[in-house]
Write a protein that binds this ligand. Structure first.
Ligand SMILES: N[C@@H](CCC(=O)N[C@@H](CS)C(=O)NCC(=O)O)C(=O)O
Length: 208
């Protein structure tokens, strides 16, 4: 099966999963057109988008042959293989597994709990979610636990998995920035997150 050529990314600039892909592409130095879709106006629910792609969610990587890849990490994986320079999923077998583990842990233990607090607790998000306020509340302590876990992992580590910046850092920094939507600040006690965030803020990719 020959590899089709990537054509464009369909995304929403305010959406955290889309930002993961934008940061990843900026880190790799890959240039590709972005097409915006207004999710708060429900454009992604329209058949034009949903039937074409197979899901209403963004981001979407569209190929020249009319096919699509969804899921932010699957999109990043495509580009990791397509353009292996500057690997962000680890280099050795051990490092690859470590990156995979921490990417998933940060996603499940921090990014999703933040998303659940927001999506189920903020009335404005009812355009996207059949809301359950109890689920929003249940996730508030999980956010704090996720932050504790990340802070502990960053103790003595320059980046989430050690000396190399990776996709796990991208998911983590997108999660940390996403905290503002649920009005949670990083406690001054979380010194390792603060040091790591300060270090990451110097990267050009953080401005995308
Ligand atoms: N696991 C998917 C999640 C995609 C996702 O939930 N995207 C959000 C934007 S960050 C979305 O499409 N929201 C629209 C909605 O929920 O209706 C990924 O990593 O790409």
């Amino acid at each position: 099966m020959s590899t089709p050529k990537p054509h464009r990314i369909i995304e929403n600039r305010a959406a955290p999963n889309c930002r993961r892909v934008r940061i990843f592409l900026a880190e790799k130095g890959i240039d590709i057109p972005f097409e915006q879709i207004d999710i708060m106006a429900g454009e992604h629910f329209q058949e034009k988008h949903k039937d074409m792609v197979g899901t209403f969610r963004v981001p979407v990587l569209a190929f020249t042959d009319g096919s699509f890849i969804t899921e932010s990490i699957a999109i990043c994986r495509f580009f990791e293989e397509y353009s292996p320079r500057r690997p962000l999923f680890g280099k050795t077998d051990y490092e690859k597994a470590l990156v995979e583990m921490w990417q998933r842990r940060v996603e499940f233990e921090l990014l999703w709990p933040i998303a659940f607090v927001l999506r189920h607790g903020n009335p404005k998000m009812s355009v996207l979610e059949k809301q359950c306020l109890a689920w929003s509340e249940a996730n508030k302590p999980r956010v704090l636990e996720g932050l504790e876990t990340l802070n502990k992992q960053l103790d003595g580590n320059e980046y989430v998995t050690g000396p190399n910046f990776s996709i796990a850092d991208i998911t983590a920094i997108v999660s940390i920035n996403f905290l503002r939507t649920i009005k949670v600040d990083i406690s001054p006690k979380m010194g390792s997150i603060i040091r790591w965030r300060e270090n990451l803020s110097k990267r050009i990719s953080m401005s995308v």
